[in-house]
Design a protein around this ligand. Structure first.
Ligand code: A4P
Ligand code: MG
Length: 302
């Protein structure tokens, strides 16, 4: 998606006005956001758009104030809808005067569900312009945090994952509040799982995830120590990888309720390539007694 929409974004991008900048800051404070696009309004004013990549959602904020006129670019909206985007529209006075309501509408818009079958789209080319053609695969990433506003950290991590070239987020689990497993006495974690469609190789994916952990200020505090963010590759298609730096499936996933609960939510029928059992079955037969509390849909629990 990045390619086409990215090109579109480049076409539309220009220097924002002060009003737009202020609006953008406001929405950022409220953690609505993704990329910001701007374009010349057909009737002489401007539209500011916010694209939530992980939800395939475009939010159009129209600053024209002319409610009686059709201010939106209908061809563009049709184009986005054709590409599977949900388009929500707000007038800027709605955004300023009712940010809570607007937020609710945005976060309640359901995230897209991941199609668990790998796409065999032959048009997928290798990342970094290498030209080698790669088949997209479905990988699942486990997220965990128990330091520094963990819920916010998980959202931030999902946004950063969505921005990795060669990755498209498909499914996002609910947010789970979980009792710590192992390690020193520490506060409860928040955990989640996301499914991604990717043309990256597993080694490239783990490198990208470790970069994000670094960017988000993760300090390595030892095994099972508290952490601002932990991003683990749980599954990568049906691959079994056993290297020095990477083990897939994640070696401890089947013993952990904080991993299997979100996984069984987004991918109940996916089979563990070594155990030969589905995520749902693994969760049902799990003996882990650590508490895991589902906190509702990820974007509702704010
Ligand atoms: N590595 C190998 N395979 C993988 C993989 N599939 N995904 C290597 C990610 N990393 C993988 O990881 C250590 C090394 O594992 C890396 O160099 C990587 O190349 P790390 O993230 O630096 O360290 P870590 O996360 O502390 O170690 P580990 O063993 O991954 O810990 P876990 O198993 O992730 O457990 N309790 C609750 N409730 N919720 C939690 O999220 N997390 C942990 C950490 C403990 N208790 C928890 C939670
Ligand atoms: Mg880890």
């Amino acid at each position: 998606m990045g390619g086409v929409l990215g090109k579109r974004a480049r076409e539309l991008k220009s220097v924002p006005t002060d009003a737009e900048r202020e609006l953008w800051k406001h929405l950022r404070r409220e953690q609505i956001g993704g990329n910001k696009f701007r374009r010349q309004h057909p009737i002489g004013s401007y539209i500011v758009d916010f694209v939530c990549l992980e939800k395939k959602l475009v939010v159009e904020v129209d600053g024209s104030q002319h409610r009686d006129r059709v201010g939106y670019d209908q061809a563009r909206t049709a184009w986005l809808k054709d590409k599977g985007y949900e388009v929500l529209r707000f007038w800027d006075n709605e955004v300023f005067s009712n940010i809570g309501g607007v937020k609710q509408v945005i976060w309640n818009t359901s995230p897209p569900r991941l199609d668990p079958r790998p796409s065999l789209d032959p048009e997928v080319s290798g990342p970094n312009g290498q030209g080698g053609r790669r088949v997209k695969e479905i990988a699942y990433i486990g997220l965990g945090s128990n330091l520094g506003d963990p819920k916010k950290r998980l959202r931030e991590a999902i946004n950063l994952i969505a921005a990795i070239p060669g990755i498209k987020i498909g499914g996002i689990s609910s947010l789970y509040h979980t009792e710590p497993v192992g390690g020193p006495l520490q506060t409860w974690y928040y955990n989640a799982a996301v499914g991604v469609e990717t043309s990256l190789a597993p080694e490239e994916l783990i490198a990208a995830l470790q970069r994000i952990e670094g960017e988000m200020g993760r300090a390595r505090g030892g095994r099972n120590a508290p952490r601002t963010i932990d991003l683990d590759i749980l599954l990568f298609g049906e691959r079994v990888v056993q290297g020095d730096r990477l083990t897939i499936p994640h070696p401890r996933m089947c013993e952990r309720r904080f991993v299997l609960a979100p996984m069984a939510e987004i991918a109940p029928g996916i089979v563990h390539p070594v155990k030969g059992e589905t995520m749902g079955a693994l969760l049902n037969s799990l003996s882990d007694v650590h508490k895991v509390v589902r906190k509702g849909r990820f974007y509702e629990d704010r």
